[in-house]
Design a protein around this ligand. Structure first.
Ligand code: GLA
Length: 728
């Protein structure tokens, strides 16, 4: 918002919910960024350093924010620099906390002290340039505020304006400061293959906690998201500061509590094995680190992030379509399939009204198992004697779109591509090339490799009517050498690989506007807001076992919108040798982007009928689920019952999912107190399976939220869905 006078802020919150304002008080050198959700303030201290001044609930009066002050040394061990909340500190002078930027000059000089140089405000974006006190080395800080969520996207551009090269050893996107003098708790997501996005909570204590990936990709082990609260927030209440780093390579988020009551969260490129040279005139842009604030607990924090992702990050924004229901036979057939077999499955999928039919791994080269063929992206003539187009036309004729699995960043050593270009994989000459799943990683940082991969995918998307790529990435990096460039440039690989990956996706989408992409990395190894600019959904986990999925999905939903969460119904017994009923599996998967990955040839008529019913139901509710507001009511981590409610953006529809793990001692069914409804509205209440025997057909929002619904969930792995439709 450009022209509102400062005094209008108060009215702003109530009259114009989706506005933001960036103000600058020149007399006191204070900036205030305000939306209806939060405010963020900075100021220039007496010697020119940029200081953080406020982050939290909305402020309406910039005059309340005191000008930045200089502190005094407490002792020779406690310098004043450490007491000030410097917004983006260089590593220089007596500064020992996590810096925003650390450099080495050609002559070995490493001192960097950044002071304010200039700033500009353009609509919702603020740009503040900091410059070293001696040299023309600049860090320009960007702040873009998104009015609908109040989330601020922060990144930095580091520029070498000197006539000597410098090397960046740490280039961070931002440091976020929590209000001082409070004991905090950190929430974060961790896991491993087939057990991604598990939610952890632990106290923030003095010292540093590092969340990171050194793996080359985002990783299954930690996800670049955090939330911090004073230890008393829950789903509905309390102050929560949160953030997500938009980077699909080596990332790092350092949560640090200093001895001076500061809690700082610094994120950007991982400093591990990082060295990025900048020649005179060159610059480096860091990833965006998004940060937001919720006054209403973790639930609202998630909804704000979901809003940002759906409206401002994903391709097509809020105009994106809900995810179609897809079929993928990977779990059912793995590599072992034929054209005839796929046609048979396609017929069955079409009868279920599935909309997108996907051929997974195994369609190309000599790919009959995971030992060969990766890199040879030509259709396997044994499996498809009539070519892929014959199958695609057949699938299209059945009324479904066609999708294809690719893993373009990889080669098997047993592939024509590797035999022709053994130098294309990342490697240190003369050292071992560690294989994982019998494959090596192409060095996508090389522009020739990037062009090759773009052309392969472009050719596939041009020759075949492909609506969707499931873009996989099935191993971590090892021996990340790039022998073709000068030794001091080799570590650029970490950054350039990811930039080139993004570039390929952006160009493919621009050239094939109807193409959609799923980001997959052996399940949820590449889920982040960086790649979300180019993909429509994420493959959540290779673990499709429905009960495990409840916790994986709960963790996922902390940071990512349900629309982005691909979820399949697969066969049982599945992982853990667990079997759950088909309705339970469907309802678990219908909380995201529904897919079916079961062997349809094994389904009974009863299974098929139930599946058709559930798919029809999914189509009815998916706009509400995928684009609506999520309320996590009961958690699988803490309750025998899991309950999630989704309310449509316009408030006219809501759906409540309920799951029970194991009833014990014949306990009565749990009561679910609904949320996010209009207390004064009346809703039609409909259970899909009569699990609300005493409920009247209509009830007010007030009644549903205050009295709740007692879902008759009994026995083991029971499930239900309740539909709410606003009638007045
Ligand atoms: C990864 C994916 C799976 C499947 C296989 C194919 O594990 O996550 O869904 O595509 O690769 O090899």
């Amino acid at each position: 918002m450009r022209s509102l006078p400062i005094g209008c802020c108060f009215a702003l919150f109530f009259a114009c919910a989706a506005l933001a304002q960036i103000q600058y008080d020149a007399s006191r050198k204070v900036w205030l960024i305000t939306s209806s959700h939060s405010s963020y303030a900075m100021g220039i201290g007496p010697t020119g350093q940029l200081q953080h001044l406020y982050w939290g609930a909305p402020l309406w009066r910039i005059a309340d924010v005191p000008a930045a002050q200089e502190s005094h040394d407490i002792s020779s061990f406690d310098p004043h620099q450490m007491l000030e909340n410097e917004e983006f500190p260089g590593w220089g002078g007596p500064r020992y906390y996590e810096p925003g930027l650390k450099i080495t000059r050609a002559n070995g000089d490493r001192d960097l002290v950044l002071h304010y140089e200039r700033h500009s405000i353009q609509e919702n974006e603020l740009e503040i340039a900091l410059k070293d006190i001696r040299d023309d080395i600049e860090a320009t800080l960007y702040y873009r505020v998104y009015p609908d969520s109040g989330i601020i996207g922060r990144w930095a551009v580091i520029r070498n304006g000197t006539n000597q090269p410098i090397t960046l050893e740490s280039a961070q996107s931002a440091t976020w400061y929590m209000p001082r003098g409070v004991s905090y708790r950190l929430s974060y997501l961790s896991g491993r293959w087939a057990a991604e996005t598990q939610l952890n909570r632990e106290p923030v204590q003095e010292g540093m906690k590092i969340l990171e990936s050194r793996l080359g990709h985002t990783g299954h082990n930690l996800n670049p998201w955090f939330a911090i609260d004073p230890g008393n927030a829950d789903e509905q209440h309390g102050r929560v500061w949160f953030g997500a780093l938009a980077w699909s390579g080596n990332w790092r988020i350092a949560i640090e509590q200093t001895p001076y009551q500061q809690v700082r969260v610094t994120g950007g490129f991982n400093t591990f094995d990082f060295a990025y040279p900048l020649k005179p005139g060159e610059s480096l842009e860091t990833p965006v680190f998004y940060g937001g604030y919720s006054n209403s607990g973790f639930g609202e924090a998630s909804r704000l992030l979901h809003q940002l992702e759906l409206a401002d990050i994903q391709p097509h924004g809020l105009k994106a379509r809900a995810r179609p229901v897809l079929y993928n036979s990977w779990e059912a057939t793995e590599f072992n399939f034929t054209e005839a077999g796929q046609k048979e499955l396609a017929e069955k999928a079409a009868k279920l009204a599935i909309e997108l039919f996907v051929i997974d791994d195994g369609w190309f080269g000599k790919r009959n198992n995971d030992h060969a063929g990766l890199g040879d992206w030509v259709v396997n003539p044994q499996k498809f004697p009539n070519g892929l187009n014959a199958l695609i036309s057949y699938v299209n004729g059945l009324g479904m779109d066609f999708g294809l699995w690719v893993e373009p960043e990889m080669v098997n050593p047993d592939s024509d591509l590797y035999r022709a270009h053994p130098d294309w994989v990342m490697n240190f000459p003369g050292r071992p090339r560690s294989e994982l799943r019998n494959q090596l990683v192409l060095n996508l940082a090389r522009d020739d490799v990037k062009e090759y991969i773009f052309n392969v995918l472009d050719k596939l998307a041009t020759e075949y009517k492909i609506s969707y790529f499931k873009w996989d990435m099935n191993r971590t990096f090892a021996e990340p050498g790039w022998p073709e460039v000068a030794p001091e440039e080799q570590k650029e690989l970490w950054v350039k690989y990811v930039r080139n990956l993004y570039d390929i996706m952006a160009r493919l989408r621009a050239k094939h506007p109807n193409l959609e992409i799923e980001s997959c990395s052996g399940g949820g190894g590449r889920i982040d807001l960086g790649i979300l600019r180019y993909v429509d959904e994420f493959w959540t986990s290779d673990n499709t076992e429905a009960f495990d999925r409840l916790r994986i999905q709960e963790g996922f939903s902390q940071a990512y919108a349900p629309k982005l969460m691909s979820a399949w119904v697969t066969d049982v017994p599945n992982m853990n040798q667990r079997s759950t009923p088909l309705q339970y599996r469907f309802l678990v998967a219908m909380q995201g982007a529904l897919g079916v990955g079961a062997n349809l040839n094994k389904w009974t008529d009863e299974d098929t009928q139930l599946a058709a019913k559930m798919i029809a139901l999914d189509k009815k509710i998916r706009d509400t689920v995928q684009f609506g507001k999520l309320y996590r009511i009961l958690s699988p981590r803490t309750s025998d019952t899991t309950a999630n409610e989704y309310v449509s953006r316009d408030g006219t529809e809501a759906v409540l999912f309920g799951f029970r793990h194991s009833q014990e001692y014949n306990t009565v069914p749990p009561i679910i107190y609904l949320e996010g409804l209009d207390a004064h509205a009346t809703y039609r209440v409909e259970s899909i399976d009569n699990k609300l025997p005493n409920q009247q057909q209509e009830a007010s929002g007030a009644w549903l939220m205050q009295n709740g619904l007692q879902l008759q969930l009994k026995g083991d792995f029971d499930s239900t869905l309740v539909l709410l439709h606003r009638v007045q």
